[in-house]
Design a protein around this ligand. Sequence first.
Ligand SMILES: Cc1ncc(COP(=O)(O)O)c(C=O)c1O
Length: 289
Amino acid sequence: MKGKVYINGDLLPAEEASISVYDRGFQYGDGIFEGLRCYDGKIFKLKEHVQRLFQSARAIQMSIPLSHDEMCEAIKTTVRANGSLNAHIKPIVTRGYGWKLGLDPKNTTEANIVIIVREIGESMYAQADKGLRLAVVSLRKPPAYCLDPRVKSLNYLLNILARAEAQASGADEALLLDTQGYLAEGSADNIFLVREGMVYTPTLQSALAGITRQTVIDMAVASSIKVFEQSLTQYDIYNADEAFVTGSGAGIASVVQVDGRPVGEGRPGPITQRLIQRYAEVVKEGEPV
Ligand SMILES: Cc1ncc(COP(=O)(O)O)c(C=O)c1O
């Protein structure tokens, strides 16, 4: 542990940064978070991540005691305090302390705001260069009538168990289906398929509205590649020419295998590679810290 952690306006040495056991995020997962990347001293899509954080908060009736600009500033200040040029940034907001215990969201203090910065290299997946192996797992992504997938909440148990199930079967990442059997997303990323030069991705009914997902859609459209957001099944990925996953941590990572079957020719395909190259350019346009 090294560096500084932001907690409610203070920058504390990482080894001293802690939060009470009465925190609602610790007790119930009652909070939200974001995951951003800093590339060469520039934070990619800072405003979009902060906006999603505030939208998640609003959706779960949690108020953040900072303005959007103050949150952006707090994130930049924390990155500067860590002297990090290439980093993963994790802002976390919980509903605050619940001294009385119990679920009632009214029995809480003001929200707790934590920002953690961790130095990292290119991708969070060790396998990203060679291409990832996905496994369709038994756990299903709940629809919006359970918990809207646009809320990036601190309840990641489903995702953690999905990742563990995939890894137990020898894969690198999970592919979750929704309750109707359509492709939803990965445990920490959105899924894309390529077929006959066109790009397909599931709708947002059971998937997080990924900021990288939107960036990829914009990049593809700008390169005159057709993109379809539609219901997709395992049939579609087994018949895809290429597949890739997207996320702020992973960037764009090619998928070369699903359920032990090669995707297309079993190696990163040309459209995926083109998008990866373009993404490496686009991330240079982040906000300087
Ligand atoms: C469940 C899930 N889906 C998709 C994503 C990708 O979202 P983004 O591109 O905004 O990082 C994430 C990112 O953490 C995630 O946790």
